[in-house]
Design a protein around this ligand. Structure first.
Ligand code: UT7
Length: 334
């Protein structure tokens, strides 16, 4: 391994579909209220992809932006990885292969990963390892979800939370240590696999009429149990990664948490002593977009001019598996 090769986050891009699903719209669909949703989750609206707009379409749009902003040629990209739990197809071909085709990248390695909402930070860890080992130089990573395709819009416990979208980034090799991803802590515990699950189709529940009748193709969530574990795990995780790298909360201008529930974000932010200005929030307008949530939030601060070259970011996320991950990195884009 070459010790002088580091991995740097060169760019960010995102795409949100046009259609807005507001809390008021949901009031007409399930027994809920705008007031309950805002108070319990912080969400006011979320975006929903068109019927003929697929995960790969949203991913491809985010990738095009990320590549342009990285200022590299498509021919320089040597790996494409997509994180999604709502792939175009269950489970072949991979959405990464379809995205590559749609944006005109061919003859490079491409594959998907499944780490639910932790997908984007898992992608960063994979990109870092490929680059530091010298195997790849410019990696396109994308978190993309058409979550509405697995949501039961008669289940008020889940349908109020999720939305669709995509976010992408280019991670490149650099010899400049100041640009390097500092640290990533990614973990999982299958003990809690039943907290967040899409039971079918799969080898346990293959596609049958019965599987559809029992609505096993929709996401099921133990919301309150997931909530409590998320607060505990995330607080521990971010505290540890800061301590391990001799950093304080005040050293981090941008704390970018997974946008799952405002109350989770606030509890973790408060435990760290983060001010309102440090915490990035997009949940009010996008809801929970799973693997797309963190890159969409990063894109938001990039496009609003808040994210500047060299700014240190703390990412943290939590999702089905259960999986969780945190990352410390400077923004190495323009
Ligand atoms: O991204 C992956 C990770 N996922 C998460 O982090 C999700 C974490 N969980 C959550 O965000 C929250 O648990 C929810 C927002 C899903 C639910 O909030 P909660 O405060 O945990 O509520 P609860 O499940 O304990 O339910 C409290 C009450 C119940 O009524 P009763 O039994 O007290 O009469 C629910 O039936 O709220 C009711 N309820 C609702 N009421 C109005 C549940 N959903 C709704 C709703 N509208 N949409």
């Amino acid at each position: 391994m070459s010790t002088s090769t580091f991995a740097a986050l060169r760019s960010i891009g995102a795409y949100a579909p046009k259609k807005v699903l507001s809390n008021k719209d949901l009031e007409a669909m399930v027994d809920t209220s705008d007031e309950w949703i805002v108070k319990r989750t912080g969400i006011s609206e979320r975006r929903i992809a068109a019927d003929n707009e697929y995960t790969s379409d949203m991913g491809a749009k985010a990738c095009e932006i990320a590549i342009t902003r990285a200022g590299i040629m498509k021919s320089e990209i040597d790996l494409v990885i997509c994180a999604t739990v709502t792939p175009d197809y269950f489970n072949m071909p991979s959405t990464a292969c379809i995205i590559s085709k749609k944006i005109g990248i061919s003859n490079v390695q491409a594959f998907d990963i499944s780490a639910a909402c932790s997908g984007f930070v898992y992608l960063l860890s994979i990109a870092k390892a490929f680059i530091e080992s010298g195997m790849k130089k410019n990696i396109l990573i994308v978190g993309a979800e058409k979550f509405s395709s697995i949501v039961d819009y008669t289940d008020r416990g889940t349908c109020i939370l999720f939305g669709d979208g995509a976010g992408a980034a280019v991670v490149s090799a650099t010899s400049n240590k100041a640009e390097a991803i500092v640290d990533i802590n990614a973990s999982a515990d299958g003990t809690y696999a039943d907290f967040l699950v899409t039971p079918g189709p799969g080898s346990v529940h293959p596609a049958t009429h019965k599987m559809i009748e029992e609505k096993l193709n929709f996401v099921q969530m133990k919301g309150n149990e997931t909530f409590k574990l998320a607060v505990k795990t995330l607080t521990q995780d971010v505290t540890e990664i800061l301590k391990k790298n001799n950093l304080k909360a005040s050293d981090i201008p941008h704390f970018v948490p997974h946008q799952a529930n405002y109350r989770i974000i606030k509890a973790v932010g408060d435990a760290l002593g983060m001010s309102k200005e440090q915490v990035v929030l997009t949940i009010q307008k996008y809801g929970n977009t799973s693997a797309a949530s963190i890159p969409m939030a990063l894109n938001d601060i990039y496009e609003s001019g808040r994210l500047k070259k060299g700014d240190m970011m703390l990412l943290d996320t939590f999702g089905g598996g259960l999986t969780w991950a945190s990352a410390l990195l400077p923004f190495a884009g323009k």
